[in-house]
Design a protein around this ligand. Structure first.
Ligand code: GAL
Length: 675
């Protein structure tokens, strides 16, 4: 029987010393690394694990000297995994080039924006555009694929580890400069068209040859926004090529194993749509990036991951529960670990691996949590108790007959990463970000029981979705995009856009026909501006706009659903509507404050399935038993607005038991099955 959510952990046989202490029958004993591994596998098995991930930082152990290999430890671990029926995701080790390599080829080291050389001896210290490193990457990938890739325990490959982590996306080396110039030559007809696109007449930047084009290093004043955007495109392409060179070898030499990469939380520097073109599966490293949990952002990023390959995804790293890289590394309540797991599952994850199995004794992450404690005397950790609890909830779902969960996609959100970069480059306000806008759109969906998915572009929106969100899609529409949206609305679709949509050209200059969605004469954009952190623009006398506001003059075809009622924008439209065919377009001229009242009002003009009580997220899904809803209650005890059989749990005090009525307890997870 397939599991609803398979679990596992990152496992590092390479971090285990040759001899370690263990606690047996009330005594301290010294055991060998092999004995420790046997204990680990038995314990993983007890925890219900069916996955481990290995090898991403193993290069200096597997190849201690150039061309001299020592794969024995990993082969031993693979044999143990096989005999314990634990599947392995093996990783290429290129995130950590070994010391002998950086000593021999120092030119592979990257430079940061200030031109500073990044030293070896940590991780991610390489330049993906560097020819010598690309050669090494192919060579070691080939060795790993041949040596480990046909072992029956290896069921999947991960490329590298977290491309772009620690600010390593953009490199500013001579090699990167050549890469960038070559990319520009491939993408512009000639230097004249580049000058046009970047409007290099501004601040006397006209180039006469591609060789003059600089990298956007730290400078007194801002670099050209066209150059900045193209540099990001060129670097994205470099990472994509770097990864695809590995993927080609893995497919050829270790056939039948899907390839995955671990994309990061709230990370927008690389475009996961493009990066996942060379992958079979999407993987996600889910961490809390802020001091407080961000359940809305988590929810939509899980949905983004499920959208990348239009299939279930894997959480490859889940923090369990404390990390070591925050300013203050607080401990979250263990129930959150349960919430994160179930939220990922409701959003389309089929596997969750915790980072990591063992709390490390040495290295930079020694304070990071793991499933297994530092203290050898602790034989069942809080994490293990949680895992056992989670298994009992999952088996209650199974007993109720749920075998499969397919999240619904009523709403399609367009998330174009070049648009994110464009906003980032000319942000005009440090308070504005696409993430903030997507948070609003996602919270609206979660509060109204609407399932949602993402699309990389307007051309690829899912025509069967009932609503399309453009959460600050920066770029003006091409004729093709306009006709896609027109057709979509003709057939009854609703398009809802947020401020700062359709304002720019693809080359990152301003559009001279901003917010032109259907007809040029529909409206005029008179002005706009950023709002201070505490500043609000009230509209409809009851709602608050924040961060940004636009002053629009609507033409006769547009209706005004709400106006700004106070302040600088008073009297001008805050929400406009245009009918189109059987559908409509709604544009919000400010970023609305997230409130239930506003969401209910927006739902009247757009869509809703069920209105959730405050603090409750609803994940509508199809199951083998029919439609169901997954609930996560971040608020107080609440009555769920749907009848059926509710199975709920909250660690550690509410064990899953079916038919507990319609009250979802504060902090509980529930699944509501139809009667
Ligand atoms: C991730 C990384 C892991 C580990 C973890 C710690 O970003 O992939 O290797 O460093 O963070 O939280």
């Amino acid at each position: 029987m397939t599991e609803l959510l398979r679990t596992g952990a990152a496992y590092y046989p390479d971090y285990i010393p040759e001899f370690v202490r263990t606690w047996r029958n009330g005594n301290v004993e010294t055991i060998s690394r092999r004995e420790r591994m046997i204990q680990d596998f038995a314990r993983m098995k007890r925890n219900g694990f069916t996955w481990i991930r290995m090898g991403e930082f193993s290069w200096s152990l597997v190849e201690p000297e150039p061309g001299a290999f020592n794969p024995a430890l990993f082969l031993e671990a693979l044999d143990l995994a096989l005999s314990h029926e634990i599947d392995v995701i093996f990783c290429t080790p290129t995130a950590t080039p070994p010391p002998w390599l950086t000593e021999r080829n120092p030119e592979i080291l990257p430079r940061d924006k200030s031109g500073r050389l990044m030293p070896a001896g940590t991780r991610r210290h390489y330049d993906p555009t560097n020819a010598a490193y690309r050669l090494e990457s192919r060579r070691i990938t080939e060795y790993y694929a041949r040596t480990f890739g046909n072992h029956p325990a290896v069921k999947c490959w991960q490329t590298d580890n977290e491309f772009g982590c620690h600010g390593s996306t953009y490199v500013y080396t001579e090699s990167a400069a050549s890469w960038f110039r070559a990319w520009l030559k491939d993408n512009y007809l000639d230097i004249h068209s580049l000058n046009e696109a970047w409007q290099t007449s501004f601040w006397s930047q006209r180039y006469t040859d591609f060789s003059q084009i600089p990298l956007p290093l730290s400078s007194y004043a801002d670099a050209n926004p066209g150059l900045e955007l193209d540099f990001r495109r060129a670097m994205n392409h470099a990472w994509k090529i770097f990864q695809s060179e590995q993927a080609i070898l893995l497919r050829e030499l270790s056939p039948g194993r899907p390839i995955i990469h671990n994309f990061m939380t709230l990370f927008f520097e690389l475009d996961p749509w493009k990066m996942s073109e060379d992958l079979d599966l999407a993987g996600f490293d889910h961490y809390q990036m802020e001091s407080d949990p961000h359940p809305i952002s988590s929810a939509w990023q899980f949905r983004l991951m499920a959208s990348l390959k239009k299939r279930s995804f894997m959480v490859l790293e889940q923090q369990p529960v404390q990390v070591n890289w925050q300013k203050v590394n607080r401990r979250f309540p263990m129930n959150l670990l349960f919430q994160w797991g179930m939220q990922a599952m409701f959003a389309g994850a089929d596997s969750m691996l915790y980072f990591s199995w063992q709390r490390m004794y040495g290295g930079a992450e020694q304070y990071h949590d793991g499933i297994v404690s530092h203290d050898i005397r602790v034989d069942t950790t809080e994490q293990e108790e949680l895992l056992q609890f989670q298994r009992s909830f999952l088996s209650a779902l199974k007993t109720a007959g749920i075998q499969k969960i397919d999240p619904l996609g009523d709403v399609c959100m367009v998330l174009d990463f070049e648009s994110i970069w464009s906003h980032d480059i000319t942000s005009q306000s440090e308070l504005f970000s696409t993430r903030t806008v997507v948070d609003v759109a996602a919270e609206f969906c979660l509060s109204q029981g609407l399932g949602f998915s993402f699309s990389p572009s307007i051309e690829s929106i899912d025509p069967s979705s009932r609503m399309v969100f453009l959460p600050a899609h920066s770029f003006e529409l091409s004729e093709k995009e306009r006709s896609v949206l027109r057709q979509y609305m003709e057939e009854g679709g609703i398009v809802c856009s947020f401020p700062r949509s359709l304002m720019k050209r693809r080359d990152n200059r301003m559009s001279d026909l901003p917010l032109h969605l259907l007809h040029p004469e529909d409206l005029r954009v008179l002005s706009y501006g950023a709002l201070l952190e505490e500043e609000r623009e009230e509209f409809k006398d009851e709602f608050q706009g924040r961060i940004w506001a636009e002053k629009i003059e609507p033409g006769p075809e547009l209706s005004v659903l709400a106006r700004f009622t106070k302040g600088l924008y008073s009297g001008s439209p805050a929400v406009i509507l245009q009918k189109a065919g059987r559908g409509k377009w709604i544009h919000l001229c400010t970023v609305p404050e997230r409130s239930r009242e506003f969401f209910s009002w927006l739902a009247i003009h757009t869509l809703s399935r069920i209105e959730c009580p405050p603090g409750v997220q609803a994940f509508p899904m199809n199951t083998n038993l029919g439609p169901a809803i997954g609930w996560i209650n971040h608020g107080t005890d609440a009555e769920v607005p749907w009848s059926g059989k509710l199975i709920q749990a909250r660690f550690p005090d509410i064990m899953a038991s079916p038919a507990m009525g319609r009250i979802l307890a504060a902090g509980a997870i529930g699944v509501l099955l139809p009667d």
